[in-house]
Design a protein around this ligand. Structure first.
Ligand SMILES: [Zn+2]
Length: 315
């Protein structure tokens, strides 16, 4: 008996629906930072997995973190990268921790291209007597689009002890998405051993039961940092265990890298926002002005005549 086109379509649909996970690309090798997204076939749950070990180490060196602040740096960077990746591809995000703890303000910008930069007020800070780098304060998340002048800012109180807890609270309160966000960072002998993380989100097609199933799967799994090995460099086999019972496919990958966007023009733009009498003072000098970028430490030398232009812009 020949198969009708209707039953063939149905058979193929079921085969596809229950078939093994499909990956759209090869996993990049272990030293390379990466972030990928997957989605369950019924659209119930979204999964994101990130590794930023190499770039977090690079930034920690660049801004002179100690082991404690490098750990915190990794946690904020991973959380910001994961949340950025859930947004529209055109959107960039700034995550700011504003508080009174020893490390001071921490800022992470993640560009729409997946590159990021960091500013940390006191990278040399040590934990206070209670073991904290962060004190009471606020988490501020600003989303903006390249094409639009407007940006959207959400503020939530810093509650809990972990950066991923702060970010989960933001996702729930401001984005109304039930999420499980976990980051794992280890720093030893001044070197970032690993900086990895994942984000699970309940999508409109999902129920709390779906999330509960995955959280149960999670109980039997090793940490993601142990799951990402030479044999499973982007953690897809680990993710397979995590999503057990819910067919899914991987669907997108983003680049992860340290990327400051500073330039001489931007430094001058920044100087132009100073009060006029300060600009006049700088312009009256005769020596080169040494200014280093707060985000990457790159040095710029600005000539007084470049500053004079700020006072009398050519018409
Ligand atoms: Zn810079």
């Amino acid at each position: 008996m020949t198969e009708s086109s209707g039953s063939r379509a149905r058979r193929l649909y079921l085969e596809r629906k229950n078939g093994p996970t499909q990956h759209f690309d090869e996993a990049p090798p272990l030293p390379q930072d990466t972030l990928w997204r997957g989605l369950s076939r019924g659209g119930e749950v979204r999964l994101l997995v990130v590794r930023a070990t190499t770039s977090v180490q690079q930034v920690a060196e660049r801004i002179h973190c100690n082991e404690e602040t490098a750990q915190l740096l990794g946690e904020v960077v991973l959380s910001a990268l994961l949340v950025r990746s859930t947004l529209n591809p055109e959107e960039r995000i700034q995550v700011a921790l504003r508080h009174h703890g020893p490390v001071g303000q921490v800022l992470v910008d993640v560009w729409e291209t997946g590159g990021f930069r960091v500013h940390m007020r006191h990278p040399e800070a040590k934990q206070d007597e209670f073991g904290f780098l962060i004190g009471h304060g606020m988490l501020e998340v600003t989303r903006s689009r390249v094409s639009a002048k407007r940006s959207h800012r959400s503020v939530v109180e810093l509650e809990g002890e972990r950066v991923d807890d702060f970010m989960m609270k933001y996702l729930l309160e401001s984005e109304q998405v039930l999420s499980l966000l976990r980051v794992e960072v280890a720093v030893q002998n001044g070197v970032v051993q690993h900086a990895v993380g994942y984000l699970l989100q309940l999508m409109p097609g999902g129920t709390r039961e779906h999330l509960k199933q995955i959280v149960e799967n999670l109980q039997t799994l090793p940490p993601l940092s142990l799951g990402m090995t030479e044999g499973d460099p982007d953690g897809r086999a680990w993710a397979e265990q995590l999503m057990r019972g819910l067919p899914w496919d991987s669907c997108a990958r983003e680049e992860v890298r340290f990327q400051c966007r500073c330039s001489e023009e931007r430094i001058l733009e920044m100087l132009s926002t100073l009060p006029r009498h300060e600009i006049e003072e700088l312009a009256a000098g005769t020596e080169l002005l040494d200014i280093s970028c707060d985000y990457c430490g790159k040095d710029y030398q600005i000539r007084p005549n470049q500053i004079r232009v700020l006072l009398d812009p050519p018409s």
